[in-house]
Design a protein around this ligand. Structure first.
Ligand code: UD1
Length: 420
């Protein structure tokens, strides 16, 4: 099995380009199911999850042609089944995103129910309740969600008990072809939801209020083809910026989205980094200093993202002082901590809170990635640790970080992919 071998101790320095955002690309690819016209999606990141979503669309009979620049042209007119099988859903929970578009456009869908996952139970009840409110009949049969509707879905007023990103996206997509008006209240405000809404608008959807907690959708009879570029990945960007801060280096991320990273940049400044920004770039210069510990509390956008929590636990582990990190979105999202303890970090977890006492130096060790963002924190820890770290189960990292060793390598990191 492939592993990442990292020798720590180099201050990262250089310029790196942000890839397209995985979490925007996935719903946007699912949204192509809403039109029978040809549609082109550009700036896709080269990631395993993207391949899985394309494989899923292909397995339904859609025409998929990908070019070397990671633009994909999709043809849904050849779709011949509306099923997302367990083999694909079990490898990627975001497969649930095809549910809303399928039932809205084709009146039926069979989507395997995503099981438990490493970072908590992650139910999809809000997706299902919303579709039911729009008139879909839903049952669970042998582990599959079976959804159908006679004619079109009906517009409805839907209040989310909890802010859910993919839940908002699923119902947003479903509502575009519903009969009448849908109002989504307590909707997710994440930039990826806004990017999806902009793509749907480019396809002819009538949507207002995206980016706020109330989104209004006036259903239309059909959507048309378009060509749409996916937004830059704010989590990948944030991870490179933390890499600069943790190694005392200087990194500029270009072709990125500055506005979507405000809460993360504020914390990097608090940690002592010099942060400069331009229209589409961000630079973090740590000027060789050791970071100062920061307190973090995760919450839905625009607050601090749960997907950057593990990276800041890594930063705090070598910082001056004591940092408190509270995880409010997912249960069981501190699995990186056990691995970081193996590298000499001083972290105590009680419930959803981690208290991190910064140490002068971490030590390289063999560690294991447990989920996508946890694996990013292990890479960051390894970059600053003394000696060599070998990270196992890196398929987790390949789900969310494009060409990680090339990109970190271009910033001076000593990192390579090895077979044993
Ligand atoms: C998305 C992101 C993920 C990110 C997360 C939170 C994608 C593909 N993934 O995941 O990277 O970490 O947002 O920013 O975009 N919940 C329910 N019932 C539901 C749905 C959610 O109780 O029907 C709960 C979840 O268990 C969790 C919280 O709501 O505690 C937020 O989850 P949600 O926003 O839905 O996460 P995802 O959309 O799966």
């Amino acid at each position: 099995m492939e592993k990442l071998l990292i020798t720590g101790g180099t201050k990262l320095n250089g310029v790196v380009r942000a890839s397209g955002a995985k979490n925007a690309a996935l719903p946007i690819l699912a949204a192509t199911l809403l039109t029978k016209e040809l549609i082109t999606i550009k700036n896709l990141p080269h990631l395993h999850d993207i391949t899985t979503m394309l494989e899923l669309l292909g397995s339904m009979g859609c025409g998929v042609s990908l070019d070397e620049k990671m633009s994909v042209q999709l043809d849904v007119s050849t779709l011949n089944n509306c099923e997302a099988p367990y083999e694909l859903v079990k490898t990627m929970r975001a497969s649930i995103l095809v549910l809303g578009p399928l039932v809205s456009h084709f009146g039926k869908a069979v989507v395997s129910l995503p099981g438990g996952c490493a970072i908590g139970s992650r139910p999809v009840d809000l997706h299902l309740r919303g579709l039911e409110a729009m008139g879909a009949k839903i049952s669970v049969d042998s582990g599959d969600i079976v959804a159908s509707v006679d004619g079109r879905l009906k517009g409805a007023r839907i209040f989310f008990d909890k802010v859910t990103v993919t839940g908002t996206e699923n119902l947003l997509m479903a509502a575009t072809l519903a009969d009448g008006q849908t109002i989504l209240e307590n909707a997710a405000r994440e930039p990826e939801v806004v990017d999806l809404a902009e793509c749907l608008i480019a396809m002819g959807a009538k949507i207002t209020g995206h980016g706020t907690d109330t989104i209004t959708i006036d259903g239309v009879e059909a959507l048309h083809g378009t060509s749409y570029p996916v937004m830059p990945d704010r989590i990948e960007t944030g991870t490179f910026l933390v890499a600069a801060a943790i190694t005392g280096g200087k990194v500029k991320v270009i072709d990125t989205d500055v506005k979507s990273l405000e809460s993360v940049l504020a914390k990097l400044e608090e940690a002592g980094a010099k942060v400069s920004t331009g229209e589409n770039w961000i630079e973090v210069d740590m000027e060789g200093r050791r970071p100062k510990a920061v307190n973090i509390s995760t919450a839905p956008y625009p607050a601090f993202p749960t997907d950057m929590q593990a990276q800041f636990v890594a930063l705090n582990s070598v910082a001056e002082g004591v940092g408190r990190v509270i995880e409010n979105i997912f249960e069981n999202r501190f699995m990186h901590v056990d691995e970081m303890l193996r590298m000499g970090a001083d972290i105590e977890v009680t419930g959803n809170t981690a208290i991190i006492r910064g140490c002068e130096a971490l030590k390289g060790a063999p560690v294991m990635a447990t989920d996508l963002r946890a694996s990013a924190s292990l890479v960051l820890s390894a970059l600053v640790a003394e000696g060599e770290t070998k990270i196992d189960r890196i398929y987790h990292i390949d789900r969310g970080y494009e060409c990680i060793e090339e990109k970190f390598g271009s910033l001076g990191a000593k990192i390579s992919r090895v077979l044993n």
